[in-house]
Structures are given as structure tokens and as C-alpha cells.
Write a protein that binds this ligand. Structure first.
Ligand code: DAH
Length: 333
């Protein structure tokens, strides 16, 4: 074993290490580093031996050995910088600009539902919600549309694949939010004033203004002495809040089995009228069906199509955009 405790031996170690380092690259660089500077490396061994030396030798030898350690470390760093992997070799360019994170937001239909709810709550309506899978009693019968009544054809219905004892399907995907009229009145004594946002479904061919699934907001106000004038005032005020005071509104007679008289409201859209809601005075039979005395109470109801309102507000040309999930469309709102 060569003597490693003299200044001369350190000098020999220095020459040998540096000569070897001169030609090292790639993996050989790492081999060199562990051979001389690693935990079991040669210089490390020398440094460990220092503790056992007589004190006067220890000071000068220790200083020389530590200097050598620094020399070798610096030489290694220089060599590695000259021949080792460059930052560019790793494929990472730290000077590139960062990527902007995607920002989420509410779907335009959700935004419109919220705006409608806000306009109606400001007018004293209370928000309630109901089931999307509904019994045919609430969707039709309680709304003065008995089984086998031709008015059922007004709504192309998606039935749930389940039949009652007589073999008739009785469960459906609600075709409108109107079933909540009966559900609310059954559970509440008048006066009631509620608004019902929610999703509806119809077995329907789609086009620019029709979807097979869509949202409605229903409104219902029942009390003593409510008149048609209040219905009209409420709907005009609603239209003013949602579309602004300048937008043209058309109001005309229409037929719905659960109201008498019935009306519909349309807004001007691309030079035409687009119907956005049906409305009317709640039919006495609907009131009687939930146990209200139609001699004493009157009320009005309305139901509006949310997607159509969103079309009108944003100047969108096709209702099918809403459910297509295309970010190029959705990120405009
Ligand atoms: N439920 C009707 C539909 O979806 C819309 C409607 C008409 C709702 C008249 C009402 C109403 O509350 O009074 O076609």
C-alpha cells in the first residue's frame, strides 16, 4: 500500500487524477468522480486518515488535502460543464413562455337559468325544484290532461320502460316543468308564488330551435283575487329585466289544457317571432284537483324555454350548440 500521508503523495494523487480527468467524458466522468471524490474514493480515504496523525503533521497535511479536494472538485465541475450534458440536450427550454391555464366558467344555459331566477325572485317568487323522472299523473292528469286525452299529443313523450297492472306505461321523463304546479299546491296552502327551473325531455326531431332535452322555468302564483292583468304585468316586467326595455314582445292567445285563457309570448328574433313561453290563468280544474277552492282562489302560471331565451340574449343561431360541448362555442360566454 503506497504511503498516502505525505505531501508528495498528495501531489502524485493530484497529477494522476487530473491526467485521468482530461480525457474523461460521458459515463467515465461519473466513474472518475466516485473513484476520487466518492464516499470510498481515494481522496476521501486520505481525508479520513487525517484524524490519526500526530497533531503538528495533521495541520499542514490537512490543509493541503483540503486544498486538493477543492482543486479536484473544481476540475470536475469544469470538465463536466465542457463535455457533460447541456441544458438543451434535456429537451427543456426554460426560456419558453408559460402556458396559460384554462379558465372555467358557468355554461351559458346555467347563466341564463340564474338570471331568470334572479329576475323572478326579485318579483317575489320562491325557487323550488322537482323530479325529472315524473309520474304521468303530475305531468298530464293533474294538469287537466286525462289519460287518452288528445292534448297529450302536444308533448312527444319519452316513457320509462315500466308498466302498471293494466299494462300502461305510467312513468316518463317530464316534458315540461308544469308538473311542479300540482306538486307544490298539494303541499302548500295558498297564497303560493313559486318559480321552478329544471331540465325537460321530449321525443322530438331536433332543429335550430328544438332540442330533445332542454330547460324550462315554470312560474305559478295563486291567491285570492289574482287577475289576468297581474299575469301580463309580471311577464312584461320579466321581459324588460331579461331583454331590456327596447326589445319587442308579442303576446297572443294560445291553448294549453291547464290554463283558461291561455297565451304565449314571443320575442323578435332575426325578423321573426320566437316563442319563449306559454302562460295563462290556472284552470279551475287544476285548482280543484289539488284541493283549492276555485271559487275563492285564482292564479296565473307560465313556463318558459331557457335555451331559447339564451339564443335571443346572445344572438346565437342554433339551439344545438348548447349541448355540443364544443369549447370554441362555450368559451365565448
Ligand atoms: N308547459 C308548457 C309547455 O311546455 C308551457 C306552459 C304553458 C306553461 C302555459 C305554463 C302555462 O305554466 O300556463 O309547452
Amino acid at each position: 500500500m503506497p504511503d498516502t500521508t505525505t505531501i508528495e503523495s498528495l501531489e502524485a494523487l493530484r497529477l494522476e487524477a487530473l491526467r485521468e480527468l482530461e480525457s474523461a467524458s460521458g459515463e467515465a466522468l461519473e466513474v472518475w468522480r466516485s473513484k476520487y471524490l466518492g464516499r470510498k474514493g481515494r481522496l476521501t480515504q486520505v481525508l479520513r486518515g487525517i484524524v490519526g496523525m500526530p497533531p503538528d503533521e495533521r495541520r499542514s497535511f490537512g490543509a493541503a488535502a483540503n486544498t486538493l479536494k477543492e482543486v479536484l472538485e473544481n476540475a470536475f465541475a469544469d470538465r463536466a460543464a465542457a463535455v457533460g450534458p447541456k441544458p438543451a440536450d434535456t429537451g427543456l427550454d426554460v426560456t419558453l413562455p408559460g402556458r396559460r391555464p384554462l379558465q372555467g366558467r358557468l355554461h351559458p344555459v346555467t347563466q341564463t337559468v340564474r338570471d331568470i331566477a334572479e329576475a323572478l325572485t326579485a318579483m317575489g317568487f320562491q325557487i323550488v325544484e322537482g323530479p325529472e323522472v315524473e309520474h304521468d299523473y303530475y305531468n298530464f292528469t293533474a294538469l287537466n290532461i286525462p289519460p287518452d286525452h288528445p292534448a297529450r299529443d302536444m308533448w312527444d313523450t319519452l316513457w320509462v320502460d315500466r308498466v302498471d297492472a293494466e299494462g300502461n306505461p305510467r312513468i316518463l321523463l317530464r316534458t315540461h316543468t308544469s308538473p311542479m304546479q300540482a306538486r307544490v299546491m298539494e303541499k302548500t296552502k295558498p297564497p303560493v308564488r313559486v318559480a321552478v327551473p329544471g331540465r325537460c325531455y321530449r321525443y322530438e326531431a331536433t332543429d335550430a330551435t328544438h332540442e330533445w332535452h332542454f330547460h324550462q322555468v315554470e312560474g305559478l302564483a295563486v291567491a285570492e283575487g289574482i287577475t289576468f292583468a297581474e299575469l301580463k304585468g309580471t311577464l312584461y316586467e320579466f321581459a324588460r329585466r331579461i331583454f331590456g326595455p327596447e326589445r319587442k314582445v308579442r303576446f297572443r292567445c294560445d291553448y294549453f289544457p291547464f290554463v283558461e285563457p291561455g297565451v304565449d309570448m314571443a320575442i323578435d328574433w332575426k325578423g321573426e317571432w320566437l316563442e319563449i313561453m306559454g302562460a295563462g290563468m290556472v284552470h279551475p280544474r287544476v285548482l280543484a284537483g289539488v284541493g283549492y277552492d276555485p271559487e275563492k282562489f285564482t292564479g296565473f302560471a307560465f313556463g318558459m324555454g331557457v335555451e331559447r331565451i339564451a339564443l335571443l340574449r346572445h344572438g346565437i343561431d342554433d339551439i344545438r350548440h348548447f349541448a355540443a360541448n364544443d369549447l370554441r362555442f362555450l368559451s365565448q360566454f
